[in-house]
Design a protein around this ligand. Structure first.
Ligand code: PMP
Length: 366
């Protein structure tokens, strides 16, 4: 029988517990849908699609709208099915067998995962105990491994920390290859590496419609980078990879910037409220520039706290047995009501309360 490639045999898939609960705060989605006017506009345009024809292969109108929103040239924009596919395309083009990819852990697991799937060697740098990135460690990893691609996630997932501009500049100074700044959560923070993009810098910034734009269901992400690099990605990605519906949805979403800004301000305000409430409950909370917070319920077992919340029909992300994240949990900022329910339930769990709700475990791990 055919067996999988030797280098893939030991690889584990990407897992996230899926449990039927009342309140889901585990995958960093937006708690609110896009406005009704957006849905109406999409429905009207979708009704005019030429279904028997392939979509615009270059997704030009969508790329133009994204380019305009960031004040860059349309040739500097690449689009794909979620930023995961953007990252995959980058790694297919610039990683692969015989090449090295550097990450700074803990960080978004898919960077190392996709790099390994392409056959590249992954070198993992370490963050400090407070999850900040020490410039000495950055220098060590890059100098020793000479990576073809180095990743920086800002704000970082799952820690929430925003990297200072000096860290990106340092990487650009010493990295021999491509610097990828993953900004899936950039709109929730006050700094973006987009300002460093130009035609002479081997750096890209990746973004997603899944979080701020309330469009996780559409699977749409993009990258801003030098046009010569975007041209290489266009060679690698499959023809007609972006369907007509998604091209329409992405383009129209960008007309609703003020709704997006309102959602972001509410989430940032709620993040501040949750953060201080978590500290008041005696947990260690890490500073976040994203739509989630990482916290450590010191004096309690992280897994038991997670289960206590599930018993109260609230699902957050259990990172407690991930490498370097001992006892940590991650909560996505939800609606004000969801956040209050979460904080009340957590207070109960930490105080040793017992109230339980009906939950059913569907067993699927994703
Ligand atoms: N990058 C980071 C840092 C993320 O947290 C995520 C989603 N969890 C992604 C990329 C992928 O997002 P999507 O594929 O939905 O655009």
């Amino acid at each position: 029988m055919i067996s999988v490639r030797d280098d893939l045999r030991a690889l584990k898939g990407y897992h996230s517990a899926q449990v039927d609960v009342r309140i889901r705060l585990n995958t960093n989605e937006s708690p609110e849908p896009p406005p009704a006017a957006f849905r109406d506009a999409v429905a009207a345009e979708v009704s005019k699609i030429d279904w028997h024809r392939y979509p615009d292969r270059a997704a030009l109108a969508l790329r133009e709208a994204i380019a305009e929103s960031h004040d860059v040239d349309v040739t500097q924009v690449f689009v794909a099915n979620g930023s995961n596919e953007v990252l995959q395309t980058v790694l297919l083009a610039y990683a692969g067998p015989g090449r090295t990819v550097a990450t700074f852990e803990p960080t978004y697991q898919m960077h190392a995962q996709i790099a390994r799937v392409t056959g590249a060697t992954v070198v993992e740098g370490e963050r400090a105990d407070d999850f900040t990135l020490d410039p000495v460690e950055v220098e060590r990893v890059i100098t020793e491994s000479q990576p073809h691609v180095v990743f920086l996630t800002s704000p970082n997932n799952p820690t929430g920390l925003v990297e200072p501009v000096e860290r990106v500049r340092q990487m650009l100074d010493i990295a021999p290859g491509l610097v990828v700044v993953d900004e899936a959560y950039a709109q929730f923070s006050d700094w973006s590496a987009l300002e460093l993009i130009d035609e002479d810098t081997p750096m890209v910034v990746t973004r997603t419609f899944s979080k701020t734009w309330s469009m996780a269901g559409a699977r749409l992400g993009y990258l801003i980078g030098p046009s010569w690099l975007v041209a290489e990605l266009d060679k690698v990605v499959l023809p007609y990879h972006l369907d007509a519906v998604k091209q329409i949805a992405g383009r129209l979403a960008l007309r609703f910037v003020s709704d997006m800004d309102d959602r972001v301000s509410q989430i940032v305000a709620e993040r501040t409220r949750i953060s201080s409430a978590l500290a008041d409950l005696g947990t260690t909370v890490f500073p976040s520039g994203a739509n989630f917070l990482l916290f450590r319920p010191d004096g309690h077992e992280g897994r038991a706290v997670w289960q206590g919340l599930v018993d109260r029909s609230i699902l957050i992300r259990d990172c407690s047995d991930w490498p370097r994240l001992a006892n940590c949990l991650r909560v996505t900022v939800g609606t004000p009501d969801e956040n209050t329910a979460f904080l009340d339930a957590l207070g109960e769990v930490l105080a040793g309360g017992f109230t339980t709700f009906e939950t059913s475990q569907n067993g699927a791990d994703r």
